[in-house]
Design a binder for this molecule. Sequence first.
Ligand code: HEM
Length: 190
Amino acid sequence: MYHANTNEIKVWDRFVRTFHWSLVATFAVCYLTEDDFMSLHVWSGYIIMILLALRFVWGFIGAEHARFSDFVYRPSMVWQYTRDVLLLRAKRYIGHNPAGGAMIVMFFISLILVSISGVALYGADEHAGPLAVMMSGVSESAEELLEEVHEFFANFTLLLVFIHLCGILFESLLHHENLLQAMITGRKKE
Ligand code: HEM
């Protein structure tokens, strides 16, 4: 949507913004609670899974810049764009740029792996959750492996968050715009 008086256009729809900040909050809760507050940890994890499922659907039916077709690029373009960023000559995108798009795909994959391993571990370790029956007989070593996988992808997601924040800061400086503010208001300068 074009705002005639302000030269601003609507980029992130309400769903994308709500999804984003809910994901930030629930990921933070999950990461910080770990073993200590199991039910809070598990419920935040379930909310993350619901958020991912809804975002997946929105990737096909959402507004222009929310769609996968708008931000999933060929690997060669992602690589070329990343090189252009490092050479300070990257072009500005109104929606997600190719590197940002690749980051979203990696967030998705990593969060799905944390979630699945988490639900399986909850079944094996606590005999609870939707996989309780299926996982109740698994061996000690399988449970340990699940725990390793769960922790690895939780930490990998945190690493992605760090790269994500560096990317946002760097791109904001490079293109003289405030991307954080855009994810709050939904609007960017044309
Ligand atoms: C305070 C910390 C954070 C800030 C300031 C922030 C900011 C942003 C901004 C500005 C964008 C839009 C990027 C663009 O212009 O292309 C974005 C997108 C995104 N961020 Fe973050 N982010 C934060 C934390 C996180 C965390 C913790 C996660 C995941 C665990 C995350 C996942 C995502 C995803 C998946 C998108 C794509 C949104 C969509 O299209 O649905 N962010 N973030």
